[in-house]
Design a protein around this ligand. Structure first.
Ligand code: NCD
Length: 298
């Protein structure tokens, strides 16, 4: 794999290879085994034009655990704040010696354009409302670890689906692994039409009892979404809705959480919540992806 720009390009088998590889790395890390330094001496550049905590930090550690050097481009503290163009900034990062670019940008398609101009391996770390492939992969890893597999799991993606690149990447992956998806949220946040294999509901209470996984999304106010006064009441996950998931039901969220909006403190911090487990799987998943795009023979 030259780059990872989105999951729409990958089939079920490709996804399973990455998920298995991430699971193996997670087991090695948990067991204290030193990971194979397949990026030894190479340079991974984190090029983040949008804020990030867990994605940037976990790419950083993932690259280091594979033996790579890591450089970080932050527009707020670099010449982008003096008006430097995107292409000049990226060409500079490449000329400095980056071998792999991890790119996040508010505009859809920018990582794809950068991959095309530079001819370099690029990993999409979130492009506008496009995709966030490594987030969906680490979510798959989390589900496989919890349930033993994804086939037949009933997953509800709840909230601001329309503006969510995470939701897009989940829709491009979970069904290929056999999960049954339902999108739940206010009408104008559930873009239609989806192919008939994905269910749609505007009533969380009506569907929550039929879900194994409630995957909650943050309302993306930075992309124009507004939080209505009754949002938490209609679509927020509180203890009574979480209980309706059944004894083995779990709650997921990509973070950052807006506590009190899409999820209550009580649910976010409950034993059903896999939020921190998702974060724990971020480093092994991103190691698997960096290895796949740049860990081969040079
Ligand atoms: C997500 C993102 O940035 O797309 N966060 C993340 O990477 N874990 C989701 C969000 O910001 O709500």
């Amino acid at each position: 794999m030259k780059s990872l720009l989105g999951l729409s390009d990958l089939g079920g088998d490709d996804l399973r290879v990455l998920i298995d590889s991430a699971n193996g790395i997670r087991a090695d890390l948990d067991g204290g085994a030193a990971p194979r330094q397949s990026l030894l001496g190479r340079c991974v550049a984190n090029v983040f034009f949008e804020p990030s905590t867990r994605t940037r930090l976990s790419f950083d550690l993932a690259a280091q655990r594979l033996g790579a050097h890591v450089i970080t481009f932050n527009p707020a503290t670099s010449s982008a704040s003096k008006g430097e163009s995107l292409s000049d900034s990226v060409s500079t990062v490449v000329a400095i010696g980056a071998d792999v670019l991890v790119v996040r940008h508010a505009e859809e398609g920018i990582p794809h354009s950068i991959a095309e101009w530079t001819g370099m391996p690029v990993v999409n770390a979130g492009d506008g409302v496009g995709e966030h492939p490594t987030q969906a992969l680490l979510d798959c890893v989390t589900l496989v670890r919890r349930f033993g597999g994804v086939d037949g799991l009933r997953v509800g993606i709840v909230g601001d689906v329309r503006h969510s690149r995470v939701a897009n990447s989940l829709m491009q992956s979970l069904p290929k692994l056999g999960a049954v998806l339902t999108l739940v949220g206010p009408e104008d946040w559930i873009p239609a039409p989806y192919d008939g294999s994905i269910g749609v509901s505007n009533d969380l209470d009506e569907v929550v009892g039929d879900l194994d996984v409630a995957y909650m999304l943050r309302v993306q106010t930075e992309r124009g979404a507004e939080i209505s006064e009754d949002y938490a009441e209609r679509f927020g996950l509180d203890t009574s809705r979480a209980t309706a998931l059944g004894p083995n039901g779990v709650v997921m969220h990509p973070g950052p959480l807006n506590r009190g909006v899409e999820i209550t403190d009580e649910v976010a911090d409950s034993s059903r919540s896999l939020v921190l487990e998702q974060v724990r799987n971020a480093v092994p998943t991103r190691m698997a992806v960096l290895h796949a795009v740049a860990g081969g023979e040079t």
